[in-house]
Design a protein around this ligand. Structure first.
Ligand code: B16
Ligand code: MG
Length: 215
């Protein structure tokens, strides 16, 4: 694959924060008296915080006012922060650090393209700040994936054309966003679920061999 810049989704690509989102959402559901399962949590991957809350409330058949929704999302985020502030570089997913190093050594520009408003904090906790030329997070965009905005903003910040960028994504909505941005995309995870990606690999540990380094 030929590319001059690489844009990485965070959750599910560089680190597994889904498990912490799950624990925090489960706690919120319990406070309303219903159970939130791991299968339910799959529906929240790559989805913004408020949209995730709407899905959770519909599962529990709970109706809240706008004000109550904001305070519920704040409560969930405070619990989530309790978990992620304890994270260390040990939690970087296999091969991610090595691939970032290889890209840097080959002068490929690197950006984050995440829906998470906590993305900068997580990158810092993992000790990965020095690898990123740009960080585009949930605060940087108005529209969420599958809208291409997050990746287009990343390309803009790197001063790159869309066709020179490759996106690494684990969620179908993220793959759609990459395609809509007119970028190449690498799916991380299951071949069937991510079939619209140009290539699917099981994790970044396979990237150097299967995707290459940009030449
Ligand atoms: P926050 P990604 C996404 O991260 C998560 O996959 C999704 O589960 C979460 O709701 C979303 O970030 C917002 O996160 O509450 O921290 O703003 O996959 O786009 O890196
Ligand atoms: Mg993701």
């Amino acid at each position: 694959m030929k590319f001059k810049a690489a844009i990485f989704d965070l959750d599910g690509v560089i680190v597994d924060t889904a498990k912490y989102h799950y624990l925090a959402w489960k706690r919120l559901a319990a406070s309303y008296g219903f159970d939130f399962t791991e299968k339910d949590n799959e529906r929240l991957k790559g989805v913004s915080r408020m949209a995730s809350l709407e899905i959770l409330l519909s599962i529990g058949n709970i109706t809240l006012s706008e004000e109550e929704k904001i305070s519920a999302a704040e409560k969930k985020n405070a619990w989530y922060l309790e978990y992620i502030t304890k994270m260390t570089s040990d939690e970087i997913l296999p091969g991610a650090l090595n691939y970032l190093k290889v890209l840097k050594d080959n002068n490929i520009l690197i950006s984050l393209g995440s829906a998470s408003k906590n993305a900068p904090l997580i990158i810092k906790r993992l000790g990965l700040e020095e690898y990123f030329d740009a960080i585009v997070d949930g605060y940087s965009v108005q529209k969420v994936k599958p809208d291409p905005e997050v990746f287009l903003v990343a390309a803009q910040r790197l001063n790159m054309k869309a066709e020179d960028c490759v996106v690494f994504e684990d969620a179908p909505a993220g793959i759609e966003a990459a395609i809509a941005a007119n970028m190449q995309c690498v799916g991380i995870g299951d071949n069937e679920i991510l079939s619209k990606a140009d290539i699917v690999i099981p994790g970044l540990y396979a990237a150097e061999e299967r995707v290459g380094i940009g030449q």
